[in-house]
Ligand binder design. Structure first.
Ligand code: NA7
Length: 535
């Protein structure tokens, strides 16, 4: 329990990809920074999401920092994708390699942050933590994570369940599933990974499914020495391509429109990306317009539905697993998800036909009176994404205005990093950032934030987004999202996955390249849209 307030130049909140890079940058800038995290260690999302099968579906060579060139060449990875323990190990390695652990304080939850202005006009953030620690800092950088506040479903009787109940984002190592009757609610990216991993070890697995999802093969597998050597030889160029792409996933994004291809060519193109594997590759690698052209999207839907029919032997299960709506959620990939439903111990319940009426001590009771007895209930029900983590904190800017008030009409941030009325507050992975491979977006955002802070330091001024600039950025995000078919399906991407969620444009759909160009122009033009205020 700390007593005296700690005065620093900068405080970073969160020790995942974002917080680690920000802490590294503050160290390089010679500023006195510290990083706190509610968790007991480094990792952010990857600290918490320890469920079986947890894996990043970005190819291993691009799910890391691009700035440590030496590390890119020598740090080992063996497969196309990294599992959670490997990512955690990698992040810990980076922290130790760059001597960042000394700046980090774990088990420390930020409770509130308030901007305090003295009569002479100088201001600072006063950050209070649940531990009793108080920090006074010039710069507050929130690296809270886009997908980290668990979403608990509001199902009657959930608390009465006599077995074990666990949310995938709060998994602990003492949960054993071998030989158990397991039920799972949620079949998004997480649910698909868990189910595929645990099907062979549990006594029974029942997926209580509300909306079926389209998933394609991940094609996880070993990377040969020669493949790695090839990547190493052209790493610089590969990163350049990633930063010049739409999604930042390092896939070959197709420039071709669906309408320009013949039926045979369409089939061939879908089969090619199916064989290559990866959800983003399937969505963006065959044609350029699957997310905006309904005919193209329906073509992809039909292709995947046919694959489900070919894979799942039991027509009843296949029918429940086949999505009827558009392919317009975050694209999924798997290591044999549909295949597990050919096992006798795996079944799927269609919640649209028979909703859950309640969770009882024994298990799950459906509206038709059927009771599924369970030993373990897994909630793979996702996150209160993007602003969820911010809104549970109390962040108060100038004139006592809270961030919750600022975001009454939906979360906004100029370039995803700064809000008007909140001087020297910088968000990483905040609202209206690129919808992309996250480490790539994070690096772009952190580098922008650091460029702004360097400028503010050089001018001895505080800095905040201008209201008009923040509004214009929001408008740009709205315009870019207008054509998106993602609007037509409920998911976390537009905030329609949580109780009371209202559809909002939470991302910048212009892509990584556009964001980077905007960012570079901003740095080049002396930070238009940001106001530098006398300290
Ligand atoms: P998602 O993608 O938000 O998926 C959550 C799943 O939970 C989804 O299938 C939901 O069904 C289901 N869900 C949520 N609440 C309920 C209730 N009340 N009843 C039934 N089913 C429910 O979360 P993930 O963790 O899989 O993935 C989030 C991101 O994290 C992922 O995209 C990666 O980028 C990392 P629904 O579709 O809403 O009917």
């Amino acid at each position: 329990m700390a007593t005296d307030p700690i005065e620093l130049d900068a405080l970073v909140v969160g020790a995942g990809f974002s917080g680690i890079y920000a802490t590294y940058c503050f160290d390089r800038l010679g500023l006195d920074g510290r990083c706190i995290d509610i968790a007991g260690g480094v990792g952010g999302t990857w600290y918490w999401n320890r469920y079986p099968g947890a894996m990043s579906d970005t190819h291993s060579q691009f799910y890391r920092f691009s700035w440590d060139k030496e590390d890119l060449q020598i740090y080992p990875w063996t497969h196309h994708y990294l599992y959670q323990p490997e990512i955690l190990q990698y992040l810990n390695h980076i922290v130790d390699k760059h001597g960042l652990r000394g700046y980090m304080q774990f088990n420390t939850e930020m409770e509130s942050a308030g901007w305090e202005e003295k009569p002479d006009g100088t201001g600072r953030w006063r950050v209070k933590c649940k531990t009793g620690d108080v920090f006074f800092v010039r710069y507050l950088v929130t690296a809270l994570g886009l997908l980290s506040r668990p979403n608990y479903p509001d199902i009657p009787g959930l608390k009465t369940f006599a077995g074990e109940i666990v949310h995938t984002a709060q998994w602990t190592d003492d949960i054993h599933l071998e030989g158990k009757r397991v039920g799972i609610i949620g079949n998004g990216s997480t649910g698909v990974q868990v189910m595929t991993a645990i099907a062979p070890i549990v006594s029974s697995l029942t997926s209580f499914q509300r909306h079926p999802q389209y998933s394609v093969p991940s094609k996880q597998g070993p990377v040969s020495t020669s493949e790695r050597a090839e990547i190493n030889a052209q790493y610089e160029k590969l990163w350049e391509d990633v930063r010049s792409s739409l999604t930042g996933f390092g896939i070959q994004e197709s420039p071709r429109r669906y309408a320009d291809a013949s039926p045979e060519e369409r089939q061939k193109a879908f089969q090619r990306v199916w064989d290559q594997g990866n959800g983003f590759n399937f969505m963006f690698g065959a044609f350029c317009d699957l997310t905006v052209d309904e005919a193209a999207n329906l073509g992809a839907c039909e292709f995947i539905r046919t694959k489900i029919d070919e894979t799942v032997k039991d027509p009843r299960k296949a029918d429940i697993l086949k999505p009827k709506d558009l392919y317009a959620r975050r694209p999924l990939c798997d290591a044999g998800y549909y295949e597990i439903f050919n096992r006798d111990n795996v079944d799927v319940v269609d919640l649209q036909a028979t909703p859950i009426s309640s969770v009882t001590a024994q298990g799950i009771e459906l509206s038709d009176g059927t009771v599924h007895e369970l030993d373990v209930l897994i909630l793979a029900t996702g996150f209160d994404a993007v602003e969820g983590n911010y809104l549970r904190l109390s962040i108060t800017g100038r004139n006592d205005k809270t961030l919750a008030q600022h975001w009454e009409q939906g979360p906004t941030a100029y370039g995803a990093i700064a809000c008007s009325g909140f001087p020297n507050l910088f968000l990483i992975g905040g609202p209206q950032g690129p919808f992309s491979n996250l480490p790539v977006a994070i690096e772009l955002e952190v580098e922008l934030i650091m460029a702004i802070i360097e400028e503010a330091e050089a001018r001895s001024k505080d800095v905040e987004a201008e209201e008009a600039a923040e509004g214009a950025w929001g408008q740009r995000c709205e315009e870019l999202a207008k054509a998106s078919l993602f609007r037509k399906t409920p998911s976390w991407v537009f905030g329609v996955n949580v109780e009371g969620g209202v559809q909002r444009t939470k991302f910048f759909f212009g892509g990584v390249k556009e964001y980077r160009l905007w960012r570079d122009e901003l740095i080049g033009n002396g930070f238009e849209g940001l106001g530098f205020i006398d300290r």
